[in-house]
Design a protein around this ligand. Structure first.
Ligand code: MN
Length: 734
């Protein structure tokens, strides 16, 4: 509002335009909620002005207009109008929820959070992490659409800003936002963002290329028109319905090609393209035939993105031909649907639906996302795009920053201790406190997306055992365990040495008289490389001081009976259970030794055919782990406890394997799952299906225990289950 309390005409005019646009697209729409959001934003942004001097309200209105152009729903448009009220006017989530409902409040808050992320001018190698982080922070896809519209309008009006801010915002647009638009398949927005940003960053190059493109277009315009006419005629003769349009490659896209391929603009074959939009896939291929019949295709330039879509779902046929007058043209052929997806991407699937209520999930959009997940499974090298969407839908990671702006990726629920260890082992060991976003927090605090984490260290500090329950990364866990084990070993050595001295005194043996060489010999007799190791063995209670000293007792003299004086095990030593022959398994043998007790470790339950390794436990025999078992890494730092094991040949035992299947809950799935097992002659020990709460209705998790002969059979079972329609994933549970 201006000083006299009336709305500036420009602002009112923009809202009228917005209303018209929505009315034209959806005559039935009730515009009251939109108007209410407009009035609310207008009130709250009153007296604020943009850097351009225009009333602030022009910005949210333009953002809403961009969204209306994408035919977004009312919640999305309301969010567009209100997207800056939390940030700029101190409105709360609660207030928005009361006024406009949970959806709008949630979306506005989401946009606000994205705006708070500081990019610290990301380096190339971490731009990808920042993009993922943004998507991971978004739980409603409309948030990212509003954010992109917001950025687009800011880029359109960037000239009002200081040169410094222009540069920063343009770089951020190129590194973060236009790639996100690209991932989401939104070709139109991506193109405009790129050209605007490039124009800001390198205006001279931009103008130069622009001029060269214009010149080329003028030169080839006649040829283009001639080609269009010929094509119209030929396609009509073949009864192929078609809309023809010319497409000029965008400046930034040309520049990238020139720089990447180190070529001149004359060698850019797709500078000018003719686009044919037809009605069916069949006619796409038919049109391709017509074209190749008329003009010579340039070898190696035919691309079939219909059969093999790009990862962002782009589909088209591309070919380049030598047109009239020897001018090269690229021709792109696609259906209406493909065209819509190429231009609008994910928003094409998120459009307003007549009669849809609230944030009710758009079935088509979800089906589309689901299809992506399907494709991801089938693709050998799943595109980054898919991974991103997965993070978006099922956040599994958090993205945090160091105070200098490096992105650290951690699993969900990770704590500042994980963060410290992922920076450096010493930072982890010496971590005594943490500041998150400038405030001191307890070390158990779970980190959230976008947190800036500063670790407080103190030299000489060592991790405590409690930390093991606070960390989520295996890196931190391993490092902590290593320190704890090392300090336990030190204590064991100390305890062992003292036990030996005490026992020697009791027996009247002067340890000082026994030469070092002799003691080393004793150590080696007990399989220890050093005397220190023998002390450690004593401390761990693996050998007794009495045993060791017996050889130094005066000849023939009977040793007094040893009182029961067990060496106190150092804290943390597992109490050796009874040796468990129930676990022992003759299907495995220790290489070169048949008399050792062997059992398969419960943590990884290795099955025949898997690479395995043995580990000599304290008093329980040889534990056999799968080489891929996470515990192996922890256990094996004591290299001398490692022992080679192998699968014995003859045994025919079956192995029990626990599996979990994530599937759509539809009739017949269980039957198909079990028939895979029957087909493999594999027994089912137990099977239980339950609802998959995380994914909502129509999704189920099936837990089962099955018997398999070996790894190969298990692999066949898993592959067979994965082929069943509706089954999303099959995992072996360790
Ligand atoms: Mn804004």
């Amino acid at each position: 509002m201006s000083a006299d309390g009336s709305t500036p005409p420009l602002v009112d005019q923009l809202f009228a335009e917005l209303s018209e646009k929505v009315k034209a697209a959806r005559p039935q729409e009730d515009l009251e909620p939109l108007e209410r959001a407009y009035r609310y934003a207008l009130n709250h942004h009153a007296h604020q002005v943009r850097d351009s001097g225009e009333p602030y309200m022009t910005h949210p209105l333009q953002v809403a207009l961009i969204l209306a152009g994408m035919n977004m729903d009312i919640v999305c448009l309301q969010t567009g109008l209100l997207h800056d009220v939390i940030e700029d006017t101190g409105t709360t989530h609660e207030e928005l929820r009361r006024e406009f409902g949970e959806d709008v409040a949630h979306c506005v808050e989401g946009v606000t959070k994205l705006g708070k992320v500081k990019f610290y001018s990301p380096e190339e190698r971490q731009a990808e992490s920042v993009r993922k982080m943004l998507l991971a922070m978004v739980s409603d896809i409309r948030v990212i659409l509003v954010k992109l519209a917001d950025r687009l309008h800011n880029m359109r009006t960037i000239s009002a800003l200081s040169v410094e801010r222009q540069q920063r915002i343009a770089r951020e647009t190129l590194e973060i936002y236009s790639p996100i638009a690209h991932r989401l398949g939104m070709g139109k927005i991506r193109g405009e963002l790129e050209d605007l940003a490039f124009h800001t960053l390198e205006p001279e190059v931009y103008e130069d290329i622009r001029a060269q493109i214009d010149a080329r277009i003028q030169d080839s315009d006649a040829a283009l028109q001639q080609m269009k006419q010929t094509l119209m005629l030929k396609l009509a003769r073949e009864n192929i319905p078609a809309k023809l349009e010319g497409r000029i490659k965008r400046v930034y896209s040309v520049v990238q090609k020139l720089r990447r391929q180190k070529i001149g603009i004359d060698q850019v074959y797709d500078l000018l393209a003719l686009r044919i939009i037809t009605d069916s896939v069949k006619n796409c291929y038919a049109a391709l035939g017509v074209i190749h019949n008329e003009w010579h295709p340039i070898p190696g330039r035919i691309k079939d993105f219909i059969a093999i879509p790009r990862t962002n779902l782009y589909q088209s046929l591309h070919t380049s031909v030598i047109g009239p007058g020897g001018v090269n043209f690229e021709i792109q052929i696609r259906t209406e649907e493909m065209h819509r997806i190429a231009e609008e991407g994910i928003s094409a699937h998120w459009k307003y639906k007549e009669g849809r209520r609230g944030a009710g999930v758009d079935e088509k959009g979800v089906a589309w996302l689901r299809q992506l997940v399907e494709w991801q499974r089938e693709m050998r090298d799943p595109g980054e795009f898919m991974a991103t969407l997965k993070v978006d839908l099922y956040p599994e990671e958090v993205y945090c920053f160091t105070p200098r702006g490096r992105v650290i990726i951690l699993p969900r629920e990770a704590t500042p201790i994980d963060f410290a260890y992922s920076i450096h082992t010493d930072v982890g060991h010496q971590c005594v406190g943490a500041k998150v976003n400038g405030r001191i927090v307890p070390l158990r605090t779970p980190l959230r997306n976008g947190d800036v984490v500063e670790i407080v260290t103190q030299s000489g500090h060592m991790p405590s055992k409690d930390w093991l329950s606070l960390v989520k990364t295996s890196r931190a866990r391993n490092k902590i365990k290593h320190v704890i084990n090392a300090s336990e070993r030190e204590r064991a050595i100390d305890i062992g040495q003292k036990a030996l001295e005490r026992e020697a005194r009791r027996l009247g043996i002067a340890l000082s008289r026994i030469g070092r060489g002799e003691m080393d010999q004793v150590a080696s007799d007990y399989g220890c490389a050093k005397l220190e190791d023998l002390h450690a063995s004593l401390g761990y209670g693996k050998v007794s001081a009495r045993q060791i000293l017996s050889r130094f007792a005066p000849t023939g003299e009977l040793l007094p009976p040893a009182p029961p004086e067990p060496v106190a095990p150092p804290p943390g030593t597992p109490i050796p259970g009874r040796p468990g022959p129930d676990n022992s398994d003759l299907v495995i043998r220790v290489t070169g030794a048949d008399d050792l007790l062997v059992y398969r470790a419960k943590c990884c339950n290795p099955i025949r055919g898997e690479a395995i390794v043995g580990y000599i436990t304290r008093g329980k025999g040889v534990g056999v782990h799968s080489l891929s078992c996470p515990n192996v890494q922890n256990l094996m730092y004591e290299v001398d406890r490692r022992i080679d094991v192998e699968w014995a040949r003859a045994a025919t035992d079956n192995f029990m394997v626990k599996m979990v299947v994530y599937t759509e809950d539809r009739p017949g799935v269980l039957n198909q799952l079990t028939s895979v097992l029957t087909h493999e002659n594999s027994n089912i020990r137990s099977l239980e299906a339950r609802a998959d709460e995380r994914r909502g209705p129509d999704n189920a998790i099936v837990d089962m225990t099955v018997e398999v002969r070996d790894k190969k059979q298990l692999e066949r079972v898993v592959a067979g289950m994965r082929r069943i329609p509706g089954v999303r994933d099959v995992e072996r549970v360790q």
